[in-house]
Design a protein around this ligand. Structure first.
Ligand code: ASP
Length: 337
Protein backbone atom coordinates (compact mmCIF):
# COMPACT_ATOMS: atom_id res chain seq x y z
CA UNK A 1 0.00 0.00 0.00
CA UNK A 2 1.36 3.45 -0.84
CA UNK A 3 2.46 5.53 2.13
CA UNK A 4 1.31 9.02 2.98
CA UNK A 5 3.93 11.34 4.41
CA UNK A 6 3.39 14.63 6.19
CA UNK A 7 6.13 17.21 5.61
CA UNK A 8 6.37 20.08 8.09
CA UNK A 9 8.42 22.97 6.75
CA UNK A 10 9.64 24.99 9.75
CA UNK A 11 12.32 27.09 7.99
CA UNK A 12 16.07 26.68 7.60
CA UNK A 13 18.46 26.99 4.68
CA UNK A 14 16.57 24.51 2.52
CA UNK A 15 13.89 27.08 1.67
CA UNK A 16 15.93 30.26 2.18
CA UNK A 17 16.40 33.05 -0.38
CA UNK A 18 19.24 35.55 -0.68
CA UNK A 19 18.67 38.92 1.01
CA UNK A 20 20.84 42.00 1.60
CA UNK A 21 21.91 40.56 4.92
CA UNK A 22 22.50 36.98 3.73
CA UNK A 23 20.17 34.02 3.36
CA UNK A 24 16.82 34.47 5.12
CA UNK A 25 13.78 32.18 5.50
CA UNK A 26 11.54 32.06 2.43
CA UNK A 27 8.10 30.65 1.63
CA UNK A 28 6.54 28.77 -1.28
CA UNK A 29 8.72 25.70 -0.88
CA UNK A 30 6.25 23.63 -2.87
CA UNK A 31 6.68 26.04 -5.80
CA UNK A 32 10.46 25.63 -5.58
CA UNK A 33 10.14 21.85 -5.60
CA UNK A 34 7.80 21.91 -8.58
CA UNK A 35 10.36 24.03 -10.46
CA UNK A 36 13.08 21.51 -9.70
CA UNK A 37 11.25 18.23 -10.19
CA UNK A 38 9.32 17.10 -13.25
CA UNK A 39 5.78 15.79 -12.63
CA UNK A 40 7.06 12.27 -13.45
CA UNK A 41 9.79 12.47 -10.79
CA UNK A 42 7.34 14.00 -8.31
CA UNK A 43 4.94 11.11 -8.95
CA UNK A 44 7.69 8.58 -8.24
CA UNK A 45 8.19 9.93 -4.69
CA UNK A 46 6.20 8.67 -1.73
CA UNK A 47 2.95 10.65 -1.64
CA UNK A 48 3.41 13.68 0.58
CA UNK A 49 1.54 16.68 1.88
CA UNK A 50 3.66 19.72 2.67
CA UNK A 51 2.61 22.24 5.28
CA UNK A 52 4.50 25.50 5.51
CA UNK A 53 4.62 27.01 9.01
CA UNK A 54 3.26 30.57 9.09
CA UNK A 55 6.41 31.78 10.82
CA UNK A 56 9.43 30.28 9.05
CA UNK A 57 12.59 30.63 11.10
CA UNK A 58 16.34 30.43 10.85
CA UNK A 59 16.79 27.63 13.37
CA UNK A 60 19.20 29.77 15.38
CA UNK A 61 15.98 31.35 16.69
CA UNK A 62 14.63 28.05 18.01
CA UNK A 63 12.91 28.18 21.41
CA UNK A 64 11.11 25.56 23.49
CA UNK A 65 7.72 26.81 22.24
CA UNK A 66 8.78 25.90 18.68
CA UNK A 67 9.36 22.34 19.91
CA UNK A 68 5.92 22.35 21.42
CA UNK A 69 4.50 23.46 18.10
CA UNK A 70 6.33 20.82 16.03
CA UNK A 71 5.52 17.97 18.43
CA UNK A 72 1.83 18.92 18.71
CA UNK A 73 1.61 19.28 14.92
CA UNK A 74 2.91 15.74 14.40
CA UNK A 75 0.79 14.34 17.23
CA UNK A 76 -2.38 15.89 15.81
CA UNK A 77 -1.75 14.19 12.43
CA UNK A 78 -0.29 10.96 13.78
CA UNK A 79 -3.24 8.77 12.80
CA UNK A 80 -3.63 10.21 9.28
CA UNK A 81 -0.06 9.73 8.03
CA UNK A 82 2.38 6.83 7.82
CA UNK A 83 5.50 8.91 8.33
CA UNK A 84 6.70 12.43 8.97
CA UNK A 85 9.46 14.67 7.61
CA UNK A 86 10.47 17.86 9.41
CA UNK A 87 12.34 20.40 7.28
CA UNK A 88 14.46 22.37 9.72
CA UNK A 89 17.56 24.54 9.80
CA UNK A 90 20.75 22.60 10.39
CA UNK A 91 22.15 24.85 13.14
CA UNK A 92 19.93 23.51 15.90
CA UNK A 93 18.52 20.42 14.20
CA UNK A 94 20.29 18.10 16.66
CA UNK A 95 18.57 19.87 19.57
CA UNK A 96 15.15 19.77 17.93
CA UNK A 97 15.22 16.12 16.97
CA UNK A 98 16.47 15.24 20.46
CA UNK A 99 13.64 17.16 22.07
CA UNK A 100 10.98 15.73 19.77
CA UNK A 101 12.30 12.21 20.51
CA UNK A 102 11.45 12.75 24.19
CA UNK A 103 8.12 14.50 23.56
CA UNK A 104 6.69 11.90 21.15
CA UNK A 105 6.59 8.82 23.30
CA UNK A 106 6.08 5.27 22.01
CA UNK A 107 6.39 6.35 18.40
CA UNK A 108 5.51 3.59 15.99
CA UNK A 109 6.16 5.61 12.83
CA UNK A 110 9.22 7.35 11.36
CA UNK A 111 9.85 11.03 12.05
CA UNK A 112 12.75 12.21 9.89
CA UNK A 113 14.41 15.61 10.26
CA UNK A 114 16.35 17.05 7.34
CA UNK A 115 17.42 20.33 5.76
CA UNK A 116 20.32 21.49 3.64
CA UNK A 117 23.57 23.41 3.56
CA UNK A 118 22.71 25.17 0.26
CA UNK A 119 19.15 26.38 -0.41
CA UNK A 120 16.89 24.73 -2.98
CA UNK A 121 16.86 27.97 -4.96
CA UNK A 122 20.58 27.54 -5.78
CA UNK A 123 21.95 25.29 -8.55
CA UNK A 124 24.28 23.34 -6.25
CA UNK A 125 21.68 22.64 -3.58
CA UNK A 126 21.92 19.52 -1.45
CA UNK A 127 18.31 20.07 -0.39
CA UNK A 128 16.75 17.96 -3.07
CA UNK A 129 18.77 14.84 -2.29
CA UNK A 130 18.17 15.32 1.43
CA UNK A 131 14.42 15.79 1.02
CA UNK A 132 14.04 12.82 -1.35
CA UNK A 133 16.17 10.67 0.99
CA UNK A 134 14.15 11.73 4.03
CA UNK A 135 10.88 10.95 2.25
CA UNK A 136 12.19 7.48 1.40
CA UNK A 137 13.11 6.85 5.03
CA UNK A 138 9.79 8.27 6.25
CA UNK A 139 7.99 5.67 4.12
CA UNK A 140 9.89 2.80 5.77
CA UNK A 141 7.72 1.22 8.44
CA UNK A 142 10.68 -0.46 10.11
CA UNK A 143 11.69 2.95 11.53
CA UNK A 144 9.83 3.80 14.73
CA UNK A 145 11.82 6.71 16.07
CA UNK A 146 13.00 10.27 15.45
CA UNK A 147 15.94 10.31 13.03
CA UNK A 148 18.07 12.82 11.20
CA UNK A 149 18.75 12.18 7.51
CA UNK A 150 21.56 14.12 5.85
CA UNK A 151 24.00 13.55 3.01
CA UNK A 152 23.01 9.93 2.54
CA UNK A 153 23.14 8.86 6.17
CA UNK A 154 20.41 8.10 8.64
CA UNK A 155 21.24 8.89 12.25
CA UNK A 156 19.35 8.50 15.49
CA UNK A 157 18.12 12.04 16.12
CA UNK A 158 19.08 12.20 19.77
CA UNK A 159 22.59 10.89 19.02
CA UNK A 160 23.32 13.41 16.28
CA UNK A 161 25.47 16.54 16.29
CA UNK A 162 26.27 19.12 13.65
CA UNK A 163 30.00 18.71 13.26
CA UNK A 164 30.74 20.58 10.06
CA UNK A 165 29.53 24.02 9.00
CA UNK A 166 30.95 23.86 5.47
CA UNK A 167 30.59 20.33 4.12
CA UNK A 168 27.45 18.63 2.87
CA UNK A 169 28.61 15.96 5.28
CA UNK A 170 27.45 18.11 8.19
CA UNK A 171 26.13 15.58 10.74
CA UNK A 172 27.32 12.51 12.53
CA UNK A 173 26.35 10.50 15.59
CA UNK A 174 29.72 10.19 17.31
CA UNK A 175 28.72 7.67 19.95
CA UNK A 176 26.27 5.52 18.00
CA UNK A 177 26.59 3.85 14.59
CA UNK A 178 24.59 5.19 11.64
CA UNK A 179 21.15 3.60 11.40
CA UNK A 180 21.23 3.49 7.62
CA UNK A 181 22.60 4.77 4.33
CA UNK A 182 21.28 5.70 0.93
CA UNK A 183 23.67 5.04 -1.92
CA UNK A 184 22.55 3.06 -4.96
CA UNK A 185 20.70 0.90 -2.47
CA UNK A 186 18.88 2.01 0.64
CA UNK A 187 20.23 0.15 3.62
CA UNK A 188 18.94 0.07 7.16
CA UNK A 189 20.80 -1.52 10.03
CA UNK A 190 17.74 -3.06 11.63
CA UNK A 191 19.51 -4.33 14.72
CA UNK A 192 20.33 -0.73 15.69
CA UNK A 193 16.83 0.68 15.30
CA UNK A 194 14.86 1.66 18.38
CA UNK A 195 12.04 -0.72 19.21
CA UNK A 196 9.14 0.80 21.14
CA UNK A 197 7.24 -1.46 23.51
CA UNK A 198 4.33 -2.87 21.50
CA UNK A 199 1.78 -2.53 24.30
CA UNK A 200 2.37 1.16 24.93
CA UNK A 201 0.41 3.66 22.91
CA UNK A 202 1.73 6.80 21.30
CA UNK A 203 1.44 9.96 23.36
CA UNK A 204 2.60 13.54 23.31
CA UNK A 205 4.33 14.77 26.44
CA UNK A 206 4.26 18.53 26.67
CA UNK A 207 7.30 20.56 27.49
CA UNK A 208 6.75 23.12 30.23
CA UNK A 209 8.90 26.04 31.28
CA UNK A 210 12.16 24.65 32.71
CA UNK A 211 15.61 26.15 32.89
CA UNK A 212 18.76 24.36 31.87
CA UNK A 213 22.11 26.09 31.36
CA UNK A 214 25.37 24.99 29.72
CA UNK A 215 28.75 25.97 31.18
CA UNK A 216 32.10 25.07 29.69
CA UNK A 217 35.42 24.69 31.49
CA UNK A 218 38.39 26.57 30.03
CA UNK A 219 41.98 26.93 31.24
CA UNK A 220 42.09 29.57 33.97
CA UNK A 221 38.36 29.48 34.80
CA UNK A 222 37.92 30.67 38.38
CA UNK A 223 35.42 30.37 41.22
CA UNK A 224 34.04 33.86 40.71
CA UNK A 225 33.26 33.24 37.05
CA UNK A 226 31.68 29.87 37.82
CA UNK A 227 29.65 31.26 40.74
CA UNK A 228 28.12 33.95 38.54
CA UNK A 229 27.00 31.24 36.11
CA UNK A 230 25.75 28.78 38.74
CA UNK A 231 23.85 31.52 40.59
CA UNK A 232 21.54 31.92 37.60
CA UNK A 233 18.01 30.73 38.38
CA UNK A 234 18.30 27.37 36.62
CA UNK A 235 17.06 23.89 37.54
CA UNK A 236 20.13 22.19 36.13
CA UNK A 237 23.46 22.83 34.45
CA UNK A 238 25.50 20.84 31.99
CA UNK A 239 29.20 21.27 32.78
CA UNK A 240 31.33 20.60 29.72
CA UNK A 241 34.56 19.20 31.09
CA UNK A 242 37.81 17.80 29.71
CA UNK A 243 38.50 14.25 28.51
CA UNK A 244 36.71 11.58 30.49
CA UNK A 245 35.07 14.20 32.69
CA UNK A 246 37.95 16.00 34.38
CA UNK A 247 38.24 19.50 35.84
CA UNK A 248 40.75 21.63 37.73
CA UNK A 249 40.81 19.77 41.06
CA UNK A 250 43.70 21.96 42.27
CA UNK A 251 41.32 24.92 42.54
CA UNK A 252 39.59 24.37 45.88
CA UNK A 253 37.56 27.58 45.63
CA UNK A 254 36.15 26.41 42.31
CA UNK A 255 35.27 22.99 43.77
CA UNK A 256 33.57 24.74 46.65
CA UNK A 257 31.40 26.66 44.17
CA UNK A 258 30.22 23.34 42.76
CA UNK A 259 29.51 21.99 46.26
CA UNK A 260 27.45 25.06 47.14
CA UNK A 261 25.38 24.71 43.94
CA UNK A 262 24.75 20.97 44.28
CA UNK A 263 23.91 21.12 48.00
CA UNK A 264 21.39 23.87 47.24
CA UNK A 265 19.54 21.38 45.00
CA UNK A 266 20.91 22.35 41.59
CA UNK A 267 21.78 19.43 39.38
CA UNK A 268 25.14 19.63 37.58
CA UNK A 269 25.72 17.03 34.87
CA UNK A 270 29.23 16.31 33.63
CA UNK A 271 29.62 15.91 29.84
CA UNK A 272 32.90 15.89 27.99
CA UNK A 273 34.02 18.53 25.50
CA UNK A 274 35.39 15.66 23.38
CA UNK A 275 33.21 14.71 20.44
CA UNK A 276 33.48 10.99 21.05
CA UNK A 277 33.59 8.92 24.21
CA UNK A 278 31.96 8.70 27.58
CA UNK A 279 32.31 10.43 30.94
CA UNK A 280 33.82 8.34 33.68
CA UNK A 281 34.47 10.60 36.66
CA UNK A 282 36.54 7.96 38.46
CA UNK A 283 39.31 7.61 35.85
CA UNK A 284 41.39 10.48 37.28
CA UNK A 285 41.58 12.28 40.60
CA UNK A 286 40.64 15.41 38.63
CA UNK A 287 37.33 13.73 37.75
CA UNK A 288 36.71 12.15 41.15
CA UNK A 289 36.92 15.63 42.69
CA UNK A 290 33.92 16.70 40.57
CA UNK A 291 31.99 13.61 41.67
CA UNK A 292 32.79 14.43 45.31
CA UNK A 293 31.43 17.94 44.71
CA UNK A 294 28.07 16.34 43.83
CA UNK A 295 28.40 16.51 40.04
CA UNK A 296 26.82 13.59 38.17
CA UNK A 297 28.32 11.94 35.08
CA UNK A 298 26.19 12.08 31.94
CA UNK A 299 27.89 9.10 30.21
CA UNK A 300 28.01 9.37 26.40
CA UNK A 301 24.91 11.52 25.88
CA UNK A 302 25.51 14.45 23.53
CA UNK A 303 25.19 17.96 24.94
CA UNK A 304 22.19 18.56 22.67
CA UNK A 305 20.38 15.43 23.84
CA UNK A 306 21.23 16.02 27.52
CA UNK A 307 19.96 19.60 27.33
CA UNK A 308 16.66 18.31 25.96
CA UNK A 309 16.48 15.32 28.31
CA UNK A 310 16.86 17.61 31.31
CA UNK A 311 14.17 19.94 29.95
CA UNK A 312 11.91 16.96 29.44
CA UNK A 313 12.46 15.38 32.86
CA UNK A 314 11.94 18.63 34.77
CA UNK A 315 8.81 19.23 32.65
CA UNK A 316 7.44 15.97 34.04
CA UNK A 317 7.68 17.53 37.50
CA UNK A 318 10.67 15.50 38.72
CA UNK A 319 13.02 16.91 41.33
CA UNK A 320 16.79 16.83 40.91
CA UNK A 321 17.20 13.52 42.77
CA UNK A 322 14.65 11.85 40.49
CA UNK A 323 16.20 13.38 37.38
CA UNK A 324 19.63 12.12 38.47
CA UNK A 325 18.39 8.51 38.42
CA UNK A 326 17.07 8.93 34.87
CA UNK A 327 20.42 10.06 33.46
CA UNK A 328 21.59 6.47 33.18
CA UNK A 329 18.26 5.28 31.78
CA UNK A 330 17.85 5.23 28.02
CA UNK A 331 14.48 6.90 27.38
CA UNK A 332 14.70 6.98 23.59
CA UNK A 333 18.09 5.49 22.79
CA UNK A 334 20.04 8.63 23.72
CA UNK A 335 22.59 6.99 26.03
CA UNK A 336 24.58 3.74 26.03
CA UNK A 337 23.72 1.82 29.20
N1 ASP B 1 21.17 29.14 9.83
C1 ASP B 1 20.50 28.07 9.14
C2 ASP B 1 19.47 27.46 10.08
O1 ASP B 1 19.84 26.73 10.96
C3 ASP B 1 21.49 27.03 8.72
C4 ASP B 1 20.92 25.87 7.95
O2 ASP B 1 19.74 25.63 7.87
O3 ASP B 1 21.74 25.12 7.36
O4 ASP B 1 18.30 27.73 9.97
Amino acid sequence: MSKKIYVAYTGGTIGMRPSDSGYAPGGNLMGLLEDKLSPEVMASLPEFQLFEYPQLIDSSNIRPDNWQHIASDIASRYAQFDGFVVLHGTDTMAYSCSMISFMLQNLHKPVIFTGSQIPLCEARTDGLENLVGALTMAADERIKEVCLYFNGRLLRGNRSSKLNAYLFDAFDSPNYPWLGREDIHVELNETLLWQPKEAETFQLVCDSETHVGIVQLFPGINAQWMASALNQPMDAFILRTYGTGNGPDADLALLDTFVRATTSGKLIVNLTQCHRGTVHQGSYAAGSALAKAGIVGGLDTTTEAMFCKLHHLYSLGMNSEEVKVQLSVSLAGEVSV
